[in-house]
Design a protein. Structure first.
Length: 122
């Protein structure tokens, strides 16, 4: 199901790109903000009739957004939540201590040297 919806999303994205590229420019947008003759037409002009390409753009855009949301929910529910920081250690291995000798297994200390009869420094 996930693979089918993903394929439909890709095909819808390609179709939406083609529909958008087929539309003619309206002459407005950011170019009209700076001034020019098109500025008054954009502000004072009425709404233009909706063409088939405009309806196709809205339809494919809506389908794209809904499919993206559904696929996002499906992919988040299929995986068990897991921490990136906590990585399980392989069985049978103990991790090395960060500081050598700290936290290691207790080892019997080496026998001390027998005290000598002569005092130190002589």
């Amino acid at each position: 199901m996930y693979g089918f919806l993903l394929a439909v999303l890709v095909l819808d994205g390609i179709f939406m790109s083609i529909v958008i590229l087929l539309q003619s420019g309206k002459g407005g947008g950011l170019a009209a903000v700076g001034g020019g003759a098109a500025m008054t037409e954009g502000i004072l002009g009425g709404r233009q009739a909706t063409t088939m390409l405009t309806r196709a753009t809205w339809t494919t855009g809506t389908i794209f957004m809904v499919l993206a949301l559904v696929l996002s929910i499906m992919s988040s529910r299929s995986q068990a939540p897991e921490s990136v920081i906590q990585v399980p250690t392989p069985a049978g291995q103990t991790p090395e201590p960060v500081i050598p000798g700290f936290g290691a297994d207790p080892v019997t200390p080496a026998p001390a040297d027998p005290p000598s009869a002569a005092p130190p420094g002589n």
